[in-house]
Design a protein around this ligand. Sequence first.
Ligand SMILES: Nc1ncnc2c1ncn2[C@@H]1O[C@H](COP(=O)(O)OP(=O)(O)OP(=O)(O)O)[C@@H](O)[C@H]1O
Length: 227
Amino acid sequence: MIELHNISKSYTNKNNIETKVLSEINLKINKGDFISIMGTSGVGKSTLLNIIGLLDSPNSGYICIDGEKMDISRLSTDKYSKIRNRYIGFIFQDFKLIRDMNVLQNVEVPLAYAGYNKKLRKERVKEVLQQVGLVEKEDAYPDQLSGGQKQRVAIARAIANKPKILIGDEPTGNLDAETTEEILRLINSLNKLGVTIVLVTHDLNVAKNANRILELHSGRLAEYSID
Ligand SMILES: Nc1ncnc2c1ncn2[C@@H]1O[C@H](COP(=O)(O)OP(=O)(O)OP(=O)(O)O)[C@@H](O)[C@H]1O
């Protein structure tokens, strides 16, 4: 479904010193997969996730979605914003909800962008809020919600367009142990419904929820062995 071919990424600082973060990474993400990517701080996990999510472009290599090669030099164009909006749902450690929009309006954003009319938007928002167990909070503003509730709203927004893949960058990083479990249960239930998941985490207990754990180390991706 999503394939990474020989993806490399490096950053060059102002003294022209190059740091190689990703080195010829190959990865095949199949429909229904639940993949965790682990690695120490600064190893390049977010960089890799942003490339998978078409938010950032590699220096070399390419990505295919359903066999179509993405033209990474054009990631900022309208066509790619639409692809991102339709195919990819993102969740982050800091939720990234819009403060002056209530729950309903936050979840509506990707639907409006995808061109759903008002009636269809309302129906779909109700459906996804039901799925994440937050129907009664549709009028609340982000500041009035707990961390776990905010992440539920972010998940509802991320899945509203029925994306092919749900991508999470440390989505439980700001949550306590109990709320982390609650969010992982929700993510697991979405995966059982067929949503493909890729999570970045440095927490093995979180990573263990996946059916495949990978570790990023020295720019390379390898299967993580639990023992
Ligand atoms: N825009 C940028 N310009 C220069 N260097 C960058 C940029 N973004 C990331 N880096 C560097 O690339 C490396 C990988 O960063 P990245 O955020 O992907 O790591 P990470 O594994 O997600 O880290 P953490 O677990 O701490 O969030 C780091 O050394 C970082 O300083």
